[in-house]
Design a protein. Structure first.
Length: 157
């Protein structure tokens, strides 16, 4: 039998008349596995490792420090990462003008540019603040558009 014949046979078969299929898709707010693990429960492997290291954490930590002092680069990196983890983000001290209207966003953007020029902000910090201002401006514009549309609809009635 050729491929074309197989495809034709498959396509020509009629669906079984068992009735409509049951809708098994999840509903909004419904868990896909209501009998799943309880919130906060931990994996068996994690529990086993914790039991294995019970009482040994001090000795392992001291050994890692000894290796780091001897110059082992892996142990040194491990110790430093635990002592001083890489900073993901930091608070930015910057006096940004108060944002209430879209026109305030122009003043804030100007203040950010001035702060970068004076070395108060880094360009990446300025970029993050600019994205914040952009989001604020979009929210204000959406609110204003919604208000205008509501007034027009009210006038049409």
């Amino acid at each position: 039998m050729h491929c074309a014949e197989v495809i034709e046979n498959v396509m020509s078969t009629k669906p079984d008349k068992a009735g409509p299929k049951q809708d098994t898709r999840w509903k909004p707010g419904q868990s896909g596995n209501p009998a799943g693990c309880a919130r906060g429960s931990r994996h068996k492997a994690t529990l086993a490792m914790e039991a294995l290291f019970e009482g040994e954490a001090d000795a392992i930590g001291r050994k890692a420090i000894e290796k780091a002092k001897e110059g082992d680069p892996t142990a040194l990196r491990l110790c430093l990462e635990r002592i001083l983890p890489a900073r993901k983000d930091r608070p930015v001290v910057f006096a940004m003008p108060k944002l209430e209207t879209a026109a305030d966003a122009v003043k804030a953007t100007s203040a950010i540019a001035q702060a970068v020029a004076e070395g108060e902000l880094t360009p990446s910090e300025a970029g993050e603040l600019s994205r914040l201002i952009e989001s604020f401006t979009r929210a204000v514009e959406a609110h204003e558009l919604e208000t205008r549309l509501a007034k027009l609809e009210e006038a049409m009635r």
